[in-house]
Design a protein around this ligand. Structure first.
Ligand code: DAH
Length: 345
């Protein structure tokens, strides 16, 4: 036993006894740097190794290491005891009541617009129509020209259009009708029976009845001997399934450059709804679609020979239909994502 190993023992005893008084994080940290830190006593003791006579060095080194390990172990132990104590203290301060009922997770659902689209697909599916997807961003050529509206054609005024700068002639489609050109060019010369759902965009004043962004579902049927009677039959069958047998359907003659003849279809607003007059501008009717027999020029632009085939087309507004079905008085509700509205469907 040398004076030096005596020192080591004193160091260990002092350190352990001081550690037992440390119960909090701050005092534990202070203890750590005092005894086993970079500038601590343990480091200092090891630093004296060089001053010890050669023959005692190995023994001293071993002893010093033992003390070091002992102090480190004691420290780790004290830290975990302190942590446990802190946890217990916090649990006791705010006790956990496991009998409180849990929070009910809110259940998601389909947006009413998605619901009605699926209903539309279902009905037209039964009538033999397939769903064909087309693009939201279109060329002026497909949105207007190929639908029989050359540049500066006055009928273009029916659609207030969002134009994009690049590439020149790019528009956000104002209706789903350009999809007719896409599907005709892909399917020609085969017969066609499709619906084309999608978003449309118009640079319009937003009101209870119109939005700058809305859904449309286009329909197109092309083949030999397709007539206006087929169009009226298809629309009536659809409206009966969608609105039930009691609701009235009105078909009026109209004008669209891409159909000849053209019609518009209205459904009567629920009789007992107090908002009926306001929402139908006093008429009692709300338009749900435009339609007609596909114009020979449009058939030709799609690759078909109007001397051989004829076709009918329609474009309808699913959100208008939702309004009619549920007497919803404001089309803007569909984009506001107010859960008080959405949770009703
Ligand atoms: N594209 C027309 C619109 O948005 C609606 C429409 C009318 C579509 C007649 C058609 C149609 O396919 O035949 O106002």
């Amino acid at each position: 036993m040398t004076a030096m190993t005596d020192d080591l023992q004193t160091l260990e005893t002092t350190a352990i006894s001081e550690l037992s008084a440390c119960t909090e994080e701050a005092t534990l940290i202070a203890w750590k740097s005092k005894f086993i830190g970079e500038k601590g006593h343990m480091k200092a003791a090891l630093g004296k190794l060089g001053t010890i006579p050669k023959e005692q060095r190995a023994a001293f080194g071993q002893d010093a290491n033992k003390v070091k390990v002992a102090l480190e172990t004691a420290y780790a132990c004290a830290v975990s005891v302190a942590k446990e104590a802190a946890l217990m203290a916090s649990l006791n301060a705010a006790p956990l009541d496991v009998t409180i009922p849990g929070r009910r997770p809110t259940q998601g659902r389909l947006h009413p617009a998605t619901q009605i689209l699926r209903e539309i697909y279902q009905i037209y599916g039964e009538l033999g129509f397939q769903v064909y997807r087309t693009r939201d961003v279109e060329s002026d050529e497909r949105n207007f020209e190929l639908l029989n509206m050359p540049p500066h054609h006055p009928a273009r005024d029916m659609w207030d259009t969002f134009f994009a700068d690049a590439p020149a002639g790019t528009v956000l489609r104002t209706h789903t009708s350009p999809g007719q050109i896409h599907v005709m060019r892909e399917m020609c010369p085969n017969p066609i029976r499709v619906i084309l759902p999608g978003m449309c965009f118009r640079n319009e004043a937003i009101s209870t009845r119109s939005e700058i962004q809305f859904l449309q579902v286009e329909g197109l049927c092309i083949g030999e001997g397709v007539t206006m009677a087929d169009l009226k039959g298809t629309i009536t069958a659809f409206a009966r399934r969608m609105f039930g047998p009691e609701r009235q359907i009105r078909i009026r003659s109209s004008y669209f450059p891409f159909t000849e003849p053209s019609i518009e279809v209205d459904i009567d607003w629920p009789q007992d709804d107090p908002n009926r007059d306001r929402l139908t501008k006093g008429t009692g009717w709300l338009e749900i679609m435009g339609a007609g027999m596909v114009h020979p020029t449009v058939l030709r632009n799609g690759g078909y020979d109007p001397d051989i085939v004829t076709g009918f087309a329609f474009g309808m507004g699913p959100q208008r239909m939702l309004m009619l079905k549920h007497a919803i008085d404001d089309i803007r509700l569909f984009w506001q994502n107010d859960l008080r509205f959405l949770a009703q469907f």
